[in-house]
Design a protein around this ligand. Structure first.
Ligand code: GLC
Length: 724
């Protein structure tokens, strides 16, 4: 929800009056954030800084009683009694954990799944005294080796932009600063997900056109939804670190996107300008970062220690300090903490409430992607003897995923518990089979699991990564199942084959994994991601058929690491792999298509698409001119289910080659058996625009193809139109 101009003006007036009473030291204190989580630091509140007002905000401390105590002392002991903002990485839940953002994006249902998850997360975090979250993370990623793909919404700009806006609205509610809401923060500005080699924190080098057309739009979506803070990324962009990159922080963020809010560095990112080799010491780093546009330093004293001297030396303009301090005070005003600096400790009774658990389960079941279901093995009938095999089966933490905040794994409904709840303890046997990352007992346990097949009607694997294998600083060069899990699948699937017992594999991971080598050994595969506190119940809802799986991939699943970067909206090249002659863009040893395409996902029912219609076949150059697109979709199966109807376009000829496909619309619809609905999209002239060679945003005249698709690899209906 865009913040009303009137409200911002009111906040500015308040800030200006307050600043008249503030010393330079106190002003810089408002630009300084403290906290305990930077590199595992112990918890301390820097009370010795209070008399000079050197603490403006905190990160990673929480708890109503603790924060009320810190706030009370800080306001009493600081010169102008300015309350601190308490921030936390509330990424996908605070106590009640929701699916990770990547898992949420498999739902293709941002306005329910992401928004409702963020709303509950905000309510629980607010109860603990938090007012500001460092989320949503809206970094596009085309590289599943990168661990932080887990925190974003996949490879596509349009889909990520929708999730970005929905998450901001979920956190901030209808009015910024209202009770039970959080200030959002769009991060990491920008291109962090394109780190070379998928290696976290590594350099990024790309064209400005790709920057502006692929990586920037999800930030615009967050700001248009009312997000008022932004965190630049650790990486260098074309050699200049984002933390001191004036082109990014001034030309793009402030001018191009019109961002009026507060920027905050990432943890330690200012000091890291020294190892980035763009300056010699912390004082130069502070000068570079502040002058590029970093308002708040995360964390500790480099601003307190250096900005007064840099102002004195004329290297930082006091006007810029005042502008930054005003933005921070406006932010605090919008957060409502001048009126309500404390929180009612009783509010923490909402943690893990039945309603919060219900929402967590409802959103979680909408995420898993059914990749394979040979012979309709799924759903599993009642009274079948299920053998659950795999190290994720009874793991209460892996299913929560990384960045799970002050979660409580003991509250998790594990996969085992979920299956027992749904099918009855007497029908579920569990055999771990092996550990997640490998241990001496694995071979023996794999044998035990294979032997247990004899008593089963169906084998269900729960395999994948533990919660610390994705997320920050967790890039993997090999993204196959870790440890001996592939051997476990092979051994148990072989035993099952001998006994004619079908197998289902459920993958719980923070990233897409390469499963090409074993996928033919099982009858069905569910890519479940990391589902959160109610994950076991949610996955049981799906494999029992109580809920028909409706997830679709938001990121391509590569056959192997050798295909990475692997994404659907690539260019055709001059030698597309058509199999016509040897000199084509291909690999000798592997297909070029991913194992599973962006947008892919099966259902327990089937759908038919007919009657694609365009309202007209010509569009003018008026940015608001548009074409209405409609298509009929019918459920041709015997079970109700949801279909994600996907609209892609292709600009057939451009002054710069255009992607073979670009997602420009999607709609998730529920259809009863036999039911048909008409789905409508609006394609505006401005939706077709791209950044040309001369850096102009243009919609060029020419022919366009519309593709109504089940996924990026399966377009079913085509039409064309012309831009004049
Ligand atoms: C981390 C992350 C950032 C997070 C911050 C505070 O290093 O890069 O996403 O918000 O530190 O925890």
């Amino acid at each position: 929800m865009k913040i009303e101009t009137r409200k911002i003006e009111q906040a500015k007036e308040f800030a200006e009056k307050l600043m008249e009473k503030m010393t330079l030291t106190e002003k810089v204190g408002q630009l300084s954030q403290f906290g305990n989580s930077i590199y595992g630091g112990v918890e301390s509140f820097f009370e010795d800084h209070y008399p000079e007002g050197k603490v403006g905000s905190y990160l990673s401390i929480h708890g109503a009683q603790k924060l009320n105590g810190v706030q009370k002392r800080l306001m009493e002991e600081t010169p102008n009694h300015i309350p601190a903002l308490f921030a936390y990485d509330v990424i996908h839940g605070f106590k009640t954990t929701f699916p990770t953002p990547l898992t949420q994006s498999f739902s293709w249902d941002p306005w329910y799944v992401a928004k409702e998850s963020a709303k509950v997360a905000a309510k629980e975090a607010y109860a603990a005294g938090i007012r500001w979250t460092f989320a949503p993370m809206v970094d596009i990623s085309r590289d599943p080796r990168w661990g932080r793909i887990m925190e974003g919404y996949g490879e596509d700009t349009y889909l990520t932009s929708e999730f970005s806006a929905a998450t901001v609205e979920g956190f901030q509610g209808d009015e910024i600063g209202a009770e039970d809401t959080l200030l959002a923060c769009a991060k990491h500005f920008v291109t962090y997900g394109a780190c070379i080699g998928g290696r976290d924190y590594n350099s990024v080098d790309m064209s400005l056109q790709t920057l502006l057309d692929v990586y920037v739009p999800p930030f615009k979506a967050a700001f248009d939804a009312g997000c008022f803070t932004c965190m630049p990324a650790f990486n260098d962009f074309n050699g200049v670190p984002c933390t001191c990159n004036k082109y990014l922080l001034q030309d793009v963020l402030r001018k191009e996107l019109g961002f009026k809010g507060v920027t905050i560095s990432d943890a330690g990112a200012i000091a890291e300008l020294v190892p980035h080799n763009v300056c010699a010491n912390i004082k130069e780093a502070v000068e570079l970062a502040f002058n590029a546009g970093i308002d708040i330093i995360m964390a500790f004293d480099p601003y307190n220690d250096n900005i007064p001297a840099l102002v004195e030396e004329g290297k930082i303009d006091i006007k810029d300090v005042d502008a930054a301090v005003e933005r921070v005070l406006v932010l605090k005003f919008l957060a409502g903490i001048f009126e309500k600096p404390f929180v009612d400790e009783k509010k923490q009774e909402c943690f893990f409430s039945p309603e919060h658990r219900r929402v967590s389960r409802e959103v979680a079941k909408r995420c898993p992607v059914l990749l394979k279901n040979d012979n309709g093995i799924l759903p599993i009938d009642e009274n079948k003897k299920i053998l659950l095999v795999g190290p994720i089966g009874d793991d209460p933490k892996a299913i929560l995923g990384g960045w799970a905040g002050p979660c409580e794994p003991a509250q998790t409904i594990t996969v085992l518990a979920g299956l027992e709840n749904r099918f009855g303890k007497e029908n579920v046997t569990f055999s771990m089979g092996c550990s997640i990352e490998g241990s001496e007992e694995d071979n023996e346990n794999i044998k035990k699991a294979a032997d247990a097949v004899s008593e089963a009607d169906i084998v269900v694997f729960a395999v994948g990564e533990h919660s610390g294998m994705a997320g920050e600083a967790n890039s993997r060069s090999d993204i196959s199942l870790p440890g001996m899990q592939e051997k476990l699948i092979e051994a148990v699937a072989e035993a099952s084959k001998q006994k004619g017992v079908p197998c289902v594999a459920m993958i719980f991971s923070g990233r897409p994994l390469t499963i090409f080598s074993w996928r033919d050994k099982v009858d069905a595969i569910l890519f479940a991601g990391q589902l959160g506190t109610e994950g076991g119940n949610a996955i049981a809802d799906i494999i029992s058929g109580d809920y028909n799986p409706s997830g679709r991939l938001s990121c391509s699943i590569p056959c192997s690491e050798g295909q990475i970067p692997c994404y659907y909206n690539s260019l055709n090249t001059g030698r597309p792999a058509l199999g016509k002659w040897v000199f084509e863009s291909k690999y000798r040893d592997l297909q070029i298509e991913p194992a599973y395409a962006f947008g892919y996902g099966l259902s327990y029912t089937t759908f038919e698409y007919t009657d694609l219609k365009l309202s007209k076949d010509k569009m003018s150059q008026d940015p608001d001119d548009y074409i209405s697109v409609s298509v009929d979709v019918k459920n041709t199966g015997d079970r109700a289910g949801e279909e994600v109807v996907q609209l892609y376009i292709r600009d057939m000829i451009g002054s710069r080659a255009r992607p073979m496909k670009e997602l420009k619309g999607f709609d998730k619809i529920m259809l009863a058996p036999g039911e048909k609905k008409t789905v409508e999209f609006t394609l505006k002239n401005s939706d077709l625009a791209f950044t040309d060679w001369n850096m102009n945003k243009v919609t060029e005249p020419g022919n366009f193809t519309v593709m109504i698709s089940k996924n990026a690899a399966e377009s079913v209906l085509f039409a064309s139109f012309k831009v004049e």
